[in-house]
Design a protein. Sequence first.
Length: 72
Amino acid sequence: MPTFSSWHIIDELIRCNGKYQDDPQVTLIVEYTTPEGNKAWGVTYRGQHPLRYLMPSPFIINPKVIWSIRGQ
């Protein structure tokens, strides 16, 4: 479950319905704030625990789903 700090890849994932080159299908993208106050995005792939980035913690502040695959 990678975390991205660049909007460029997240934007491409959203535009391509969760597909990025030869990577597995993305099922959920969560935007959150880091402890340093920066925006970050957690990406979940098919078969991984979908709530990982939705549970607030000291490292995941104000999480919100910004994209999910249709039917999930």
